[in-house]
Write a protein that binds this ligand. Structure first.
Ligand code: NAD
Ligand code: DAU
Length: 339
């Protein structure tokens, strides 16, 4: 059995990775360590093969917990993070610094003590390159993160590289683009807009940012890329993971309205995100040379995704009734009233 420590495996991409890995390989065992913050959710793991999965409720900043979880593991894949840009801007970023930098440091330090780890994969983001008007970033381009979230992710990456250079720890870094699919916490634009449309509620589009561009990658394709890099990625290297499906926010919004059968009167213009990055774009030739390609087109992925949220109200309705309600009021209603 191959044993993989997945951290943040109760979140959106982490839970998809756990589910997929258990389906793709019969000889994989997953140890899943997650703090269950507001974004972590055991519902995301319903129905997985419990015989090859152990869940540990814990924090990647906690030495004892991580050291125990890592025992006998061949690989570590770190998804654990604070991930929402708006929260890092509007709600304080201390938790981002703690998990995304200190937590990564803790994982690396403990990893360094264990001699049998084949690879430590740090899941990072295209946001570390910052915004670019034209062209696509390659892995050797300078970083230029411009919001507290992306700065914290960038610092985590650099710490990983420091452990590679200083101690030969087999660290690899992935930089993924905007990912979407089932089980994504509905603070991110796609699940927020889809579920709001299904509830006949306004879709709060950032005014001035409607032509900003993101590159959209279906979650299972992101997981395939991470699996490949975990196995074949070269230590000390960075790999961009991008689909090449670049869309303006207004196009994404209109697509959601079309697929939910609603009209544009649901669009609500709200104050823009401070320092809103205009466009992210990466060149992914390096991972494509290893044999990866996205298999799910934007059209197919968004149809599947809307269908999933339509059919799984049980999953998102209770989330939108909890902590989320207060967050939504502060993020959208209060900010709009102030302008
Ligand atoms: P998410 O917010 O859905 O999940 C994050 C998970 O990490 C949650 O389950 C949470 O409980 C857990 N967590 C947070 N702090 C923790 C801690 N201190 N210890 C243990 N667990 C902790 O995030 P996501 O969207 O699935 O993103 C996963 C990773 O992928 C992140 O590192 C993110 O930066 C990166 N990423 C995300 C995207 C995207 O579009 N969603 C794109 C590129 C990269
Ligand atoms: O690019 C990868 C990154 O993608 C990940 O590293 C982050 O963890 C993930 O959250 C995501 O960041 P973004 O800021 O790009 O995603 P978000 O869904 O928050 O916003 C996407 C775009 O939609 C962005 O241009 C802002 C806009 N937006 C977002 C929200 C939540 C709106 O117009 N209205 C909204 O209500």
């Amino acid at each position: 059995m191959e044993k993989i420590l997945v951290t943040g495996g109760a979140g959106f991409i982490g839970s998809a990775f756990v589910r997929n890995m258990l389906n793709w390989y019969k000889d994989v065992y997953i140890v899943n360590l997650d703090k269950l913050t507001y974004a972590g959710n055991l519902d995301n793991l319903k129905g997985i093969d419990e015989e090859r999965h152990t869940f540990i409720h814990g924090d990647i900043c906690d030495y004892e917990v991580v050291a125990k979880a890592l025992e006998g593991c061949d690989y570590v894949v770190n998804f654990a993070a604070e991930t929402h840009v708006d929260r890092s801007l509007m709600r304080g970023a201390v938790d981002f610094l703690r998990t995304n930098i200190e937590g990564v440091y803790q994982l690396l330090s403990i990893g360094k003590e264990k001699k049998n780890i084949k690879k430590i994969v740090l899941i990072s983001t295209d946001e570390v390159y910052g915004s670019r008007d034209e062209g696509s970033a390659v892995e050797t381009d300078p970083v230029n993160p411009r919001n507290p979230y992306s700065v914290s992710k960038c610092a985590g990456e650099l710490m990983g590289l420091a452990f590679y250079y200083s101690f030969h720890l087999p660290v690899v870094i992935t930089r993924g683009c905007n990912t979407y699919g089932p089980y994504q916490y509905p603070e991110k634009v796609l699940p927020l807009f889809i579920t709001n449309a299904l509830e006949n509620k306004p879709l709060p589009l950032y005014k001035g940012g409607e032509h900003n561009i993101r590159d959209w990658l279906y979650v299972d394709d992101h997981c395939k890329a991470i699996d490949l890099i975990m196995r074949e990625g070269e230590p000390g290297h960075i790999y961009n993971i991008s689909a090449g499906f670049e869309k303006q926010n207004i196009e994404v919004t209109k697509k959601v309205l079309e697929l939910t059968g609603k009209d544009e009167s649901l669009i609500q213009w709200v104050p823009d995100r401070p320092g809103h990055d205009k466009r992210y774009s990466m060149n992914s030739d390096k991972i494509r040379k290893l044999g990866w390609n996205p298999l799910v087109s934007w059209e197919e992925g968004i149809e599947r995704t809307v269908k999933w949220y339509k059919e799984n109200e049980w999953w998102w309705k209770k989330i939108k009734e909890g902590e989320f309600r207060e967050y939504y009021r502060k993020q959208y209603i209060d900010r709009t009233e102030k302008t």
